[in-house]
Design a protein around this ligand. Sequence first.
Ligand code: ATP
Ligand code: MG
Length: 630
Amino acid sequence: MTRYRDFHRRSIDNPEAFWRDEARRIHWETPFETVLDRSNPPFARWFVGGRTNLCHNAVDRHLAERAQQNALVYVSTETGIERRYTYAELHAEVNRMAAVMRSLGVKRGAVVLIYLPMIPEALFAMLACARLGAIHSVVFGGFAAPNLAARIDDAKPVLIVTADAGARGGKVIDYTPLVDEALARASHKTPRVLLIDRQLAPERLNASYLVDYEPLREQFFDAHVPCEWLESNEPSYVLYTSGTTGKPKGVQRDVGGYAVALAASMEYIFEGKAGDTMFTASDVGWVVGHSYIVYAPLLAGLTTVMYEGTPIRPDGGIWWRLVEQHRINLMFTAPTALRVLKKQDPALLKKADLSSLRTLFLAGEPLDEPTASWIAGALGKPVIDNYWQTETGWPMLAIPRGVEALPTKLGSPGVPSAGFALTLRNELTGDPCPPGEKGVLTLNYPLPPGCMSTVWGDDQRFVSTYWSSIPNHQVYSTFDWGIQDEDGYVTILGRTDDVINVAGHRLGTREIEEALSSHPAVAEVAVVGVTDSLKGQAAMAFVVLRDAQAYAEGNTRTKLQDDLMTTVDRQLGAIARPSRVVIVSMLPKTRSGKLLRRAIAALAEGREPGDLPTIEDASALQQVREGLQA
Ligand code: ATP
Ligand code: MG
């Protein structure tokens, strides 16, 4: 591990020297004067005085060498549309979009809210904002009107970009009525809404604020809009966290630090080189989409694949066929998608020629061991779990194969990335935990480039939310709980909210979930803490079975439930044993695939789940209710 150790130590001991070198990866119109301004902790300003532009670095800079290389491959299994854009074509489209936005009053520093499905225009709009020096705020195109309204009021856009409709699993979702309702609910008045008409919506709304993109695109077809050179610390975008644990926070990102960090991550973590093709199966509405569908692959001169559709339509082989057809080298998705694919015919994976694929990356939620082993075995390629947050912008924990091909360890996303001074701390004393002891994952000041600069419009909330929860130390809290081994590998044990207190014992729900998912009958599991008059809290488990039919009869069912309890007893001790194991056919999840534990816990305590950020399938809540009554 010496190569990695030296590399990481250098990034922590002398961040100025380390990141000064890394900054050469991007173009600076004006060189920076100071690598790191630490004068106002916990705020950190990177590459102070340097002027650059994300769009220039992602698009224009490549024209000299790779104008004819594909920049974007777009595939929609919802509409059957497939398109390719070379870097030259991408450049032209982004200029058109920027000219249109400029004609609608978008200027440097203004906010543009992007509420779009997975269509190429989403990527053009983000890059056009970057080009103009405007701040984009992408809102996942599946959020309901109240969620959208809350983001409109917080971000205060001068323009909203939307489409007539999105589609998912063959179902068309009209966007214009949602936007209309959100505008009516919001107190901030957004003057204009730019509409990309895909001609999908059966009935699109007609409102005076709607402006059609297509005629304007024609009008500005040959436009050239110069890049605004921004000071490195000006905001590039605002992105709200998923809202899994409560009110979403507007994460504000800078320009220069983000570009440098992403470019570095492409070499050290993703091993992506110019000319490679990367398929990140996520959504531009999430941070993974911002960083690894849009900015990082383009900054590094790759071809990015953008996909609209589900992993199982027309069948569970679709993603693997995309790998074959487009000679995809790097793939990135969330464990949820794999759990869905695991239930499909495994032969579909073997049918495609996957020889181009080098690595599969997974992030967003815990990667359970059975899924990790299944996919690693089935693919025969490295599967790299990586751990991060909307706040950090890029992986905090991963296997930095571009530095040293360290082995993976099942259950762990790996070791700290460059610049992340990660320490597990005792949440009562704030003291660092020795290896093998559970603690809260924290980061020492300063956060490396690419991480959030502040909470949008609320510096105080940045300090009070993230930097004030650990006693005696001003450190950044991830609000995740983990354990680090002697080699520095960290295992995530769940969110600090998910720690339950059973008769004075502190247990991570993730540990109990891991124990349960080791049982061969279990496909998916969620464990939540519920109030218990005797023990304070008790763990309750909700289990989705691999083969529900086989356990349908009451008898086997009870036996299985006992069996599952014994599994926990054996692995963690009787104290961790769930008070109940409830069999359900589906678990409620956010649209980004995260378990809605908060909602499950509410139902288990006989309360209503209240406001949910997004929900993949609302009938899952009913499943939980019924399971509880059974
Ligand atoms: P909010 O902060 O609004 O509640 P959120 O935390 O779900 O929403 P994200 O920033 O999208 O929003 O998610 C980051 C969280 O996802 C991490 O803090 C962690 O709990 C979880 N996570 C991400 N990647 C992994 C991983 N590889 N292993 C385990 N957990 C992960
Ligand atoms: Mg979070």
